[in-house]
Write a protein of this length. Structure first.
Lengths: 212, 212
DNA sequence: CCAAAACCTAGGGTTTACCCTAACCTATTC
DNA sequence: GAATAGGTTAGGGTAAACCCTAGGTTTTGG
């Protein structure tokens, strides 16, 4: 008896990819593909697959919430999260909400099939990559801060001027303070962003959307 | 005569998806799928498809540079960029570097086939979504066009290290050259980007998609 | 095949960024 | 109404970045 699998992902491309990869083994039968979560919910009412591959970032729904909802409604439906996000917060949320596996979108065919097999037999399955992300996170590695630091008024002003290529001296003139004051704000910025120099500061601030 | 298409994308999932979507029309024949750019380059030597679907973020290569390289080497190879990035800088870079189309990864089968058909007939093709991104960009910021400077091998290396917060001394050790040499490359980078210091350099390089 | 251009290399000297420390001011709290 | 905490202001000293110049090597083009 083949494992029946449903797939929900609003990227047609990914959907085709997943379905094709799974169609190459007799062990698995894809019984449904949906690009809209509404269609998926409707289909699950009638006929339930053993396993559901679930994308996190859906257009009109939140994959994380949907996961909780589905695993409540259908406790014996095994959910495999499929996502681009490799941040530990997403992984933890999905697992907490009932997903039994979490795969990144660069997963190979073999790993995909392994995950489905494991999950179907009631086990949890995480690829090594994903396991490492959780591990590093729980070890409290002082890593790239995903949260945007809270800046004071002066720090925001100084950051803006730095991004406009002004030197500390020029900024000091603009703000009517000493160069040393500007340097202090600058040091505090480095510290708040957890970076070592201007290069890291600008990179982080741009990624945080604080400057453009 | 079917249009021959090659696909380079290091995500097996996407690769399968694209190949499957294209296998459903007689008009198109997929003649090669590669997850590593080295394999792709090798294959193109022997047998050249009409159209190449090219991912931007490859693991071991820069899709933007690869695009320039390929469209120089094979002027009659039509390149379709496939990417997750919807930032105008990426789009512009790819088009500037010879890509004839730019598709996001949520593209439908129909749009994919349309793009390939148009591109094969020598036209350029951009989905409305992508066109709008470019339009908004050109309306929003009437800034002097930021053409991407052409960097040498050393300059690219140094730029990468700078963006990773290494100092000139540390970079010198990594490259087995004098600090003074690294400083020279650095000065040349500032000059090529037309900026005054590291802050401007990182900002410009990020906007140009050369670092992330 | 030779000249021109571009690239990699590096030194001397100046300016700027960064670290450690600390005073002062203003809220908030107990 | 002192104590605590966060913010703005600086100083002294060191490390790093930046400017100008230039020789040697590789690439390019007529």
């Amino acid at each position: 008896m083949a494992i029946s699998v449903g797939i929900l992902d609003d990227h047609e491309m990914i959907l085709e990819g997943l379905a094709t990869m799974l169609s190459q083994t007799q062990e698995i039968e894809v019984t449904g593909c949906w690009t809209h979560h509404a269609n998926c919910l409707e289909a699950l009412e009638k006929q339930r697959p053993n396993v559901l591959l679930l994308d996190i970032n859906l257009k009109n729904a939140n994959g994380i919430e949907l996961c909780a909802e589905l695993s409540n409604t259908y406790p014996d439906l095994q959910i495999v999260a499929v996502s681009n996000y490799n941040e530990s917060s997403f992984i933890k949320n999905m697992l907490r909400n009932g997903a039994k596996s979490y795969l990144l979108k660069n997963t190979s065919k073999d790993e995909l099939i392994t995950a489905i097999r494991k999950v179907h037999s009631g086990e949890r399955y995480l690829p090594r990559t994903v396991e490492n992300i959780l591990l590093e996170d729980s070890l409290g590695t002082p890593k790239p801060k995903t949260s945007i630091p809270k800046l004071t008024r002066r720090e925001k002003e100084v950051l803006q001027f730095i991004s406009e290529e002004y030197t500390n001296g020029e900024i000091a003139d603009k703000l009517f303070v000493s160069i040393k004051t500007v340097e202090s704000h600058r040091t505090n910025l480095l510290s708040k962003f957890g970076v070592k120099n201007t290069a890291g500061l600008i990179k982080s601030a741009m990624n945080a959307g604080l400057i453009s």
